[in-house]
Ligand binder design. Sequence first.
Ligand SMILES: [Zn+2]
Ligand SMILES: [Zn+2]
Length: 392
Amino acid sequence: MENGSSSGDNKSSPKRIRCKAAVCRKAGEPLVMEEIMVAPPQAYEVRIRIICTTLCHSDVTFWKLQVPPACFPRILGHEAIGIVESVGENVKEVVEGDTVLPTFMHDCGECVDCKSHKSNLCSKFPFKVSPWMPRYENSSRFTDLNGQTLFHFLNVSSFSEYTVLDVANVVKIDSSVPPSRACLLSCGVSTGTSLSWNLEFAKVEQGSTVVIFGLGSIGLAVAEGARLCGASRIVGVDINPSKFQVGQKFGVTDFVNSLTCENKRVSEVINEMTGGGADYCFECVGSSYLVEEAYACCRKGWGKTITLGVDKPGSQICLNSSDVLHQGKILMGSLFGGLKAKTHIPLLLKRYLNNELELDKFVTHEMKFEDINDAFQLLVEGKCIRCVLWMG
Ligand SMILES: [Zn+2]
Ligand SMILES: [Zn+2]
């Protein structure tokens, strides 16, 4: 196992770095701000200095989770922006000083899937929630000051002043974009807004009716994407009525409270509202029941239901097979919004710089990295969309 030792006598080669990190030592307990050691990048790896990081719901999920793939001690965090500090051998794509966004999804650029415009599911590095570096078996770049290994998270681990990433997980970006906005595109906002250009995945057309189940940050980002695509009606479904007010800023035009549909199912209400079903339904909660509901209220013949939420492991979706045959609808899942990190993130940034994509409204809080536990609390209580944490 990599123990983070210095990489030899060669003066030009990068050395271990001692820095601050927020370590998750036990499920659900406050993160511990401590000094750690970050080993130099190995071949095909990049070490970056994090400028700022944000909290995404998957961080909370894995902070609370007690069973595998949870493991501790771990450095969470996967939405961030950083500057390349050093690169390992064979890294040609970025150099020291470049501004990069880390992404949890791999984009190796070499495999048949990465080369295809139809998929973002790299087959060289299949997606999994691994505690290690992707290219090296059982290998971490983090140790605490007692020499204990600290585990990686989602190929990023951004709750640390320095982190090491595979080159397949970094996207070089224009350094003129404000970091507190650019970092949003590292995960959640990209996932939601990726329907805002002609991806294979949704292609929401002008005048479409879109229904969004769950107005959390991903759902709001879907609304923003749908707004950019010119959707004429964007229906938000949530159990929290205050989400409607928030949603309106992101283009939500109608609201359905799924707790107060009286004796009707949400899908019946939506079918009535839309005169036979929506063109697009997005499930952003991670509930197999809501996937079934979404499928039931997308329009026969062309309706598309897209799942973005993460349900409990092993959850099943139950559909009536003659409905599937007779109704001709599409049901698809989409990790990271079907987005190809290295191709599409720069396009989203361009749309931000052109004042089309509105990123500012996603940032509801900004704090110092040291206050990360307060930021967790805000997210758990549903009080923030995105909280940007600034490093030193
Ligand atoms: Zn995320
Ligand atoms: Zn690939």
